[in-house]
Write a protein that binds this ligand. Structure first.
Ligand code: NAP
Length: 218
């Protein structure tokens, strides 16, 4: 599959590399084609990897990932272009973190909204699926880094889109029984606000290589 990875940071690179290793064609997008991080990533990732602007990568992909800084995601997606994203699945991995008042950062966009919903409202013709934002990027693409059973969430309004994302997650190594479907995109509120707890757990656990496991009685 052709996939546009919008964002050149560690998340875009981790997801992009995993997708290329799985045989997908991946174009990494940034504000300007020729971005230094993106060019270095193309060199490392090899055959199947390319780079361009947000617009180029969104047009290239049959599916796209939003791996941008949360506060700049809407602007980056506007630059990617409404038409280039129309009808496509967009996996939103981003979190809004505001460190302007020091550590720990303020997380999310409030209790009555989420970045995932804001993106879905701004891009009604795009099928937004929130996923993978609740763990570090290395665990996202290689769940075996954390021993035992642990959980990843998906939510979004389009059932077929979520099925496509679940299949991709399984190809990353997530067992189907560990992929929890939280329902519509409104559930992105909880998935995003959880990151405040994730940050505290990071300090308590002493490594980013951890995840939560949802267990049930039967
Ligand atoms: N790090 C993790 O393990 C982790 C885990 C879960 C979720 N997340 C979330 O995943 C997203 C990506 O994280 P990251 O650490 O890989 O990258 P990041 O530093 O948060 O974001 C980098 C990307 O944001 C883009 N961007 C667009 N407009 C921007 C602007 N005005 N100012 C600054 N950057 C702008 C940059 O574009 P250019 O390429 O043009 O510079 C770049 O591609 C974030 O939302 C983060 O919260 C991260």
């Amino acid at each position: 599959m052709r996939i546009g990875v919008l964002g050149t940071g560690m998340v875009g690179q981790a997801i992009g590399s995993r997708l290329v290793a799985l045989g997908h064609e991946v174009q990494m997008g940034s504000r300007e084609a020729g971005n230094e991080n993106a060019r270095a990533w193309v060199e490392r990732a090899g055959h199947g990897a390319s780079e361009g602007s947000f617009e180029d990568a969104a047009a290239f992909g049959e599916m796209a990932f939003n791996c941008n800084a949360g506060a700049h995601s809407l602007a980056a997606l506007e630059q990617a272009g409404r038409d280039n994203l129309a009808g496509k699945v967009l996996v939103d991995v981003a979190n809004v973190l505001d460190s302007s008042e020091g550590a720990p950062p303020t997380v999310g966009v409030g209790t009555n909204d989420s970045l995932g919903e804001q993106i879905q409202r701004a891009f009604p013709d795009t099928k937004v699926v929130k996923s993978l934002n609740t763990m570090n990027c290395e665990v996202m693409v290689d769940p075996s880094r954390v021993p035992g059973d642990h959980s990843v969430f998906v939510c979004g309004d389009d059932v077929d889109a979520k099925d496509q994302v679940k299949a991709l997650l399984e190809s990353f190594g997530w067992p189907s029984g560990r992929i929890l479907d939280l329902g519509g995109i409104r559930s992105a509120r909880g998935a995003e606000l959880y990151v405040a707890l994730w940050l505290a757990l990071w300090g308590a656990v002493g490594t980013g290589d951890f995840n939560i496991a949802v267990v049930r009685s039967s």
